[in-house]
Design a protein around this ligand. Structure first.
Ligand SMILES: Cc1cc2nc3c(=O)[nH]c(=O)nc-3n(C[C@H](O)[C@H](O)[C@H](O)COP(=O)(O)O)c2cc1C
Length: 445
């Protein structure tokens, strides 16, 4: 059976802005290991493909040029991705673990090494989500006087970052380790190579100091929305994390165009899985689900939305009054493909900032209903080729996550669109992806 792919968006305090204030959400720290472990193990019992860990290398402080709104109104901070991935891998057996890594700020050798180590230790269950980052303040945590590289350059750098890391993983051939005690030969020196990678941003000699990962290359995921993102992902990604389109028809068109780009890069369309972000609100009855949704909206404040949007748009929304109409700021920001639909909607509908914040939050929590209603929608998206799967967040936690595992997943399984058992043991197995051949012969010295 072909199965849709499901990733759990890792959070123990809920992924919606106001989720942490929901009466049922845990009043605990984002670092409460007991709950990370519990949700990961429950996701594995539900046969999820992977746990997905978002990350940013900053505390968001673009709104009003301070982190006050962020620290007051939202869950502040990000657990370090590789540390959380490693901890979760140690208490699970089959589910994949993927974390977010910025190609703009991190060094390929270090990232290649961390991921290769964990892929080897976990038996091939690692994925990495490459982001190019979008905020000057993040840049200043690496050089306090810096601003972000231009968008085009960030993507050129990302392409090189991925190429360099894959080259480092290939510096060891799969059978390089011999452990021949009699001959006194630990590894075959003819099967470990220098990378001698040369580029515009990175020059790396290699070899890596870790053997080739179990999966050859850990699963390459990318998140974004721009044309640059689509071009890079179509060439290099195994899976992408995208936001929902404005309609099912628009989603189908996006999916078809993305897959045709994959084909024009000489790849099979199934070699790239398109995953859509989704935060369903599930109730035993439609009425109960709607009440949960209303509770979340009541707990929501405009500061939550604008502290997030200011950071992700690299634009300080505090320069406008909450009761002003949303201005068209599109010519003042980058990443217009991502933000045009939402700004255009606000301008066309003459929304104030306050109304825009409420609309934006509700549009991210559209799927509200019984498990059967939510499963019907997901099955349709999957069958009609709008997405190959979903990255699911629980709006509040752990109740929202238990609804997903215990009520939604059985409905998907009953519809024959989601696996009831794992077919293999690696993340590549779950995604139905081949193990890449080693390209080391191309970089021999
Ligand atoms: C669905 C989705 C998830 C994202 N997750 C993250 C993340 O965890 N960390 C981060 O720094 N950026 C994240 N981003 C932002 C982008 O990945 C990043 O800024 C990007 O590479 C620029 O994307 P663009 O192609 O939309 O311009 C995410 C973007 C999308 C669309």
């Amino acid at each position: 059976m072909s199965s849709m792919h499901l990733a759990l968006f890792s959070s123990i305090l809920g992924t919606s802005y106001a989720g942490w204030r929901h009466p049922e959400t845990l009043a605990t720290s984002d670092y409460d290991w007991k709950w990370h472990k519990e949700l990961a193990q429950r996701a594995e019992q539900a046969k999820f493909d992977l746990i997905f860990i978002a990350d940013k290398l900053m505390i968001e402080d673009t709104l009003e040029n301070t982190f006050n709104s962020n620290t007051t109104s939202r869950v502040t901070g990000w657990p370090d991705a590789i540390t959380l991935m490693s901890s979760l891998a140690a208490v699970t057996e089959k589910i994949g673990v993927a974390g977010t890594f910025s190609s703009t700020f991190l060094q390929p050798y270090v990232v290649a090494r961390m991921l290769a180590t964990l892929d080897n230790l976990s038996g091939g269950r690692v994925g990495w989500n490459i982001v190019t980052s979008s905020n000057d303040r993040e840049a200043q945590n690496f050089d306090s006087k810096a601003t972000l590289l231009h968008h085009d350059k960030r993507y050129e750098k990302a392409g090189e970052f991925i190429e360099a890391i894959k080259a480092l993983w290939d510096t060891w051939e799969d059978d390089a380790i011999l452990i021949d005690k009699a001959a006194g030969s630990f590894a075959d020196k003819s099967k470990i190579h220098y990378a001698n990678f040369e580029g515009e941003f990175f020059n790396i000699k290699g070899p890596l100091n870790v053997p080739r990962p179990v999966q050859g290359h850990p699963v390459t995921i990318q998140a974004g929305g721009s044309g640059n993102f689509v071009n890079l992902a179509a060439r290099t990604a195994d899976a992408v994390f995208t936001t929902e389109r404005s309609s099912l028809e628009a989603g189908k068109e996006y999916y078809a165009q993305f897959k045709s780009k994959v084909i024009s890069n000489g790849r099979h369309p199934d070699e790239l899985k398109i995953l859509q972000g989704l935060t369903p609100i599930i109730g035993r009855t439609e009425k109960e689900a709607k009440e949960k949704f209303e509770t979340l909206l009541e707990l929501q404040t405009p500061q939550m939305t604008f502290s997030h949007l200011s950071s992700t748009m690299n634009y300080d929304w505090s320069q406008h009054d909450l009761d002003d109409l949303v201005p068209n700021i599109l010519d003042q920001i980058e990443r217009r493909e991502r933000f045009t639909p939402m700004i255009q909607h606000a301008v066309d509908e003459k929304l104030t900032l306050r109304q825009f914040a409420r609309w934006f939050t509700s549009s991210g929590l559209k799927l509200v209903g019984t498990p059967s209603y939510v499963a019907d929608h997901m099955a349709k998206v999957y069958k009609e080729k709008v997405a190959d799967g979903f990255i699911i967040g629980a709006a509040y936690s752990p109740g929202g996550a238990y609804d997903i595992f215990d009520s939604l997943v059985p409905e998907l399984q009953a519809r024959g669109v989601f696996r009831t058992e794992y077919d293999g043991t690696t993340l590549r197995d779950h995604f139905g992806l081949k193990r890449p051949a080693n390209a080391a012969h191309k970089v021999l010295t």
